[in-house]
Design a protein around this ligand. Structure first.
Ligand code: 5GP
Ligand code: MN
Length: 344
């Protein structure tokens, strides 16, 4: 039986990690060395990117160009980047591809595992110079050099620190990219550490229009999207599965096709904390029979559940992909949840 760790235990992790800082900076020095010795750099983020992935790619590309490098951003998928994420400066230059050009270094950002790099996984696996920068606790360290800080709220939080070591000044463009990741990976500053707010303050001081950024990344919806959301939300189901209360939404292809990804992704925020539920789930049919599943909780480690289903993520927000008919994929999750005990 799988025992779940309560979210409060993160506080302890945080304290334990303070002793880690020296090691982080040791890794930063090594990162500086590999970056210094590279002239051409490819920067890769994860499939079905979110704002932390896009903000991390664009921030690293921007910083490397300041350092005089030839840097380009890539994602290993053919599917277009959601329109709201294209508001992040530099996002429209990110190349969607299955091939990387010849480079001296590949920097992989915000990817918890190699398979999250999609069509670029083989190229990355074969490269002898890869720097992985990430905040997923489950990251096995698949780079030749790895900077993995699970206590960081977003990958952009780690980057803000790294750029200091590299002597890259914080301008408004860089701040915008970094802010995008912190804002969204903390559920709009709902969880995180005091450092998160200090960083946000520093970023805002460059003159960021944070209200506009939040509107662009999170709040903008068309009437058509609102109707789709209403339709999905009206089908919410609350069920007791084993020891867990589970609130779930089914966003099937017929309902979500043609709607903005931002609106579909925002559905998860509605089931994160529902009365009598321990977990919120959104099943999103991304192509016929193919589902991206989002798991959310305010007090249960959902990354453990996602990992059991071949996915991953963070304690409060995780996900996995699967395929099949609606009944099958719901049953698949219930099967795993059945075995979970709610350790208070
Ligand atoms: P979301 O539910 O917003 O798509 O994803 C929440 C978190 O879960 C992301 O930060 C990401 O780390 C993780 N995640 C989502 N889908 C997958 C997946 O298919 N595989 C893995 N390994 N992680 C995922
Ligand atoms: Mn992230």
């Amino acid at each position: 039986m799988l025992i779940l760790i309560e979210i409060q235990s993160r506080k302890k992790t945080r304290v334990e990690h303070q002793g880690f800082n020296r090691e982080h900076h040791h890794h930063f020095d090594k990162a500086r060395y590999v970056i210094d010795s590279a002239a051409r750099v490819a920067v890769v983020g994860h499939l079905r990117p979110d704002a932390d992935a896009i903000g991390s790619i664009t921030a690293v590309v921007h910083a490397l160009r300041y350092l005089g490098k030839r840097a380009r951003g890539f994602i290993g998928q053919a599917q277009e980047i959601p329109r709201n994420l294209l508001t992040i400066p530099g996002a429209t230059d990110i190349e969607l591809t299955a091939e990387l050009p010849p480079v001296d270094l590949i920097i992989v950002v915000d990817c918890g595992s190699l398979d999250r790099t999609g069509a670029l996984a083989d190229a990355i696996a074969q490269s002898s110079r890869t720097l992985v920068i990430d905040h997923h606790a489950s990251n096995p360290g698949f780079g030749t050099l790895n900077i993995i800080q699970p206590e960081a709220e977003s990958t952009t939080v780690i980057l803000a620190d790294l750029f200091k070591t590299l002597g890259v000044p914080l301008d408004r463009t860089l701040a915008h990219c970094l802010y995008a990741g912190v804002l969204t990976d903390t559920g709009s500053f709902r969880w995180g550490t005091p450092q998160m707010h200090l960083l946000a303050a520093q970023l805002m001081k460059t003159g960021l229009d944070t209200r506009r950024i939040a509107e662009e990344l999170l709040d903008g919806n068309s009437v058509k999207d609102l109707r789709m959301m209403g339709s999905v939300l009206s089908g919410v189901t609350l069920e007791q599965i084993g020891e867990l209360g589970v609130a779930y939404l089914i966003a099937d292809r017929d309902t979500v096709y043609g709607h903005s990804s931002a609106a579909v992704e925002s559905l998860a925020d509605f089931v994160r904390v529902v009365d009598d539920a321990d977990i919120g789930v959104v099943f999103k049919e991304t192509s016929p029979g193919r589902w991206a599943v989002s798991l959310r909780s305010s007090h249960i480690d959902v990354s453990r559940i996602a990992t059991q289903l071949g996915g991953g993520g963070h304690v409060p927000a995780a996900g996995y992909t699967t395929s099949g008919k609606t009944d099958t994929i719901v049953a698949e999750l219930k099967n795993v949840l059945d075995d979970i005990s709610l350790e208070k």
